[in-house]
Design a protein around this ligand. Structure first.
Ligand code: ADP
Length: 332
């Protein structure tokens, strides 16, 4: 087990070139996570100082790797949100109390007209598959669409869209990757695959907020609240539906409208119709079902989403209907 005090001491021994203080005293260590054999944090610096701090990030990583018992290290160089320098200290306060801080409404991204969450109560039900193909279906309607993979435990967007490599920065903003006409950003592009698990609590929400607000998603003018609606994906079985119910309750609690439920992997193996009945019970729209289909899985593994590569196919047709219902649900 890594010793937290030793981690802080090691980071304090790395000197901030601007203030001349140790990194901890200089307030540059954000969202520190120390667990088992892992240590990680976000090195948060002013937008115009990213280049200055790249060697500091490397020095901090080396200092952590040199500690006994530390085998996995993740130091992510992030820039502070320009208009809200207080965000950093708010996050720090939340870390001190051991509570994760949810992204706040003031962190809303500029130049984004609508933000839609694709959620599920559990992993492996097809959230990423639906997100990517729904994004492609929305793009096919002429919308400019960005996809943010907020899955800090197992980011799959890079695989599903066939993208890789650290994103470029321009004037302190992240330039998203472009794939199949979609702008894309993922935690998986900021860390090595094994490191993603380190991102917990405050560090995770900070990373997601940052990716959402500091990526150049587009040029539209109207910034709105952070989430305009949510789509919930479930498989037809009761266990998955129970989780979908919980996801809906959570969105209700935070005032985000659930635009509807999608049944994924519908068919002879997992059953059919469970999600539609559940949507009725919850009084939310049912957006459609997607069969268990080899093309969806293979397309996901190969970075070739069926909706984008086969826009005239049956899967694209299904998603076109879902996209139309989502757009309808997002209308003010
Ligand atoms: P989540 O994001 O909820 O964890 P994924 O979208 O990564 O789930 O899906 C988990 C796995 O199931 C992936 O390998 C994906 O390709 C596959 N998959 C998802 N939906 C379908 C489907 N309708 N038919 C066949 N395979 C699917």
């Amino acid at each position: 087990m890594v010793d937290r005090a030793a981690v802080l001491a090691a980071l304090e021994a790395v000197i901030d070139p601007i203030s001349g203080q140790g990194l901890v005293s200089a307030g540059l260590v954000q969202g520190l996570v120390v667990a088992e054999d892992r240590a990680g944090f976000a090195l948060e610096v002013a937008r115009d100082r990213v280049a200055t701090y790249a060697p500091v990030r490397d020095a901090a990583e080396a200092a952590l790797k040199a500690l006994p018992g530390v085998t996995r290290v993740s130091v992510v160089l992030t820039t502070e949100a320009a208009p809200q320098p207080r965000t950093a200290s708010l996050s720090r306060a939340a870390v001190d109390q051991g509570r994760p801080k949810a992204p706040v409404a003031t962190d809303r991204p500029a130049h984004v007209r609508r933000v839609l969450a694709v959620a599920s109560g559990k992993g492996g039900v097809g959230k990423s598959t639906v997100a990517v193909n729904l994004a492609a279906a929305l793009a096919a309607r002429g919308l400019s669409v960005g996809v943010l993979d907020a899955d800090v435990y197992g980011p799959s967007l890079p695989t599903m869209l066939g993208i890789g490599g650290q994103p470029a920065y321009e004037d302190g903003a992240i330039v998203p990757h472009l794939a199949h006409g979609l702008k894309a950003m993922s935690v998986g592009l900021l860390t090595k695959a094994d490191d993603a698990m380190i991102w917990r609590g405050p560090m995770a929400s900070q990373a997601i907020t940052q990716m959402l607000t500091q990526t150049r998603w587009g040029t539209a003018e109207a910034p709105l609240d952070i989430l305009d609606g949510a789509v919930i994906v479930s498989t037809p079985q009761e266990v998955a539906l129970a989780d979908a119910r919980r996801a809906h309750t959570l969105f209700q609690r935070v005032g985000v409208p659930t635009l509807g439920l999608i049944e994924n992997m519908s068919g002879p193996i997992f059953g059919r119709g469970g999600a539609q009945a559940e949507a009725q019970r919850l009084a939310i729209p049912f957006l459609g079902d997607l069969p268990l289909d080899a093309a969806l899985r293979e397309g996901g593994d190969a970075g070739r989403p069926p909706v984008a590569v086969d826009p005239a196919g049956v899967i694209a047709d299904r998603f076109a209907v879902i996209a139309a219902l989502v757009v309808e649900g997002l209308k003010p």
